[in-house]
Design a protein around this ligand. Structure first.
Ligand code: 5GP
Ligand code: MG
Ligand code: MG
Length: 180
């Protein structure tokens, strides 16, 4: 393997390379196409971490959909959750009676997705499913039923493919662990 250059030199190691991510994202797209056949999906995307995941995933799904992005944060720039979620709820978007698919980059404590699921369920969608690229294996503080998951990973702080550390590293094509 060639020696890392540029921003990749900040990584201690690569957990998931670009090819593995691409292959798994394609598999998820096929699965979603099968599951949502004949429906119009209302996709709710948590920004900014899910940016590249949903861009790659949704372009491979040949079904009608609406895409709603919203911001939620519980980290405020560090590597540990602060235990409180801030939601920027979109105004004038209808969820009632629709098939809603909630997508995020990574499930960690479950705080963010459980808060968002509760908020969406309050709108009484016809269905609500949840998908993440990464499921961090750790004791879950908030239970989140996952319908779609790209990879299970260990309890480590990861960056890349949309995920940041203090605003940086989102543009890495792979997912890795930073040098400390
Ligand atoms: P939770 O609310 O499940 O604890 O955390 C979910 C959010 O925290 C994710 O949407 C993501 O933005 C951020 N997060 C959790 N774990 C990691 C991680 O390992 N790396 C990065 N960059 N963000 C994480
Ligand atoms: Mg996020
Ligand atoms: Mg972040």
């Amino acid at each position: 393997m060639p020696a890392p250059t540029g921003v990749l030199t900040d990584l201690d190691r690569v957990l998931l390379d670009a090819d593995s991510i691409r292959n798994r994202v394609s598999e998820l797209a096929r699965q979603l196409e099968t599951d949502y056949e004949g429906k119009v999906i209302t996709v709710v995307v948590l920004m900014d971490g899910a940016l590249f995941f949903v861009a790659d995933l949704l372009r491979q799904i040949n079904l009608p959909m609406r895409i709603v992005t919203l911001g939620a944060s519980s980290y405020h720039g560090g590597t540990e959750s602060t235990g409180e979620v801030k939601l920027n709820w979109p105004s004038g978007v209808e969820f009632t009676g629709l098939d809603v698919l909630l997508l995020d980059d990574i499930l960690d404590t479950g705080l963010t997705l459980s808060a968002l699921r509760d908020r969406l369920l309050f709108e009484q969608p016809a269905s609500l499913k949840t998908g993440v690229l990464l499921d961090k294996k750790r004791p879950r503080e908030h239970d989140v039923p996952l319908d779609y998951c790209g990879f299970e990973i260990g309890d480590e702080f990861v960056v890349g493919y949309g995920m940041d550390y203090q605003g940086r590293f989102r543009n890495l094509p792979c997912i890795g662990i930073l040098k400390l």
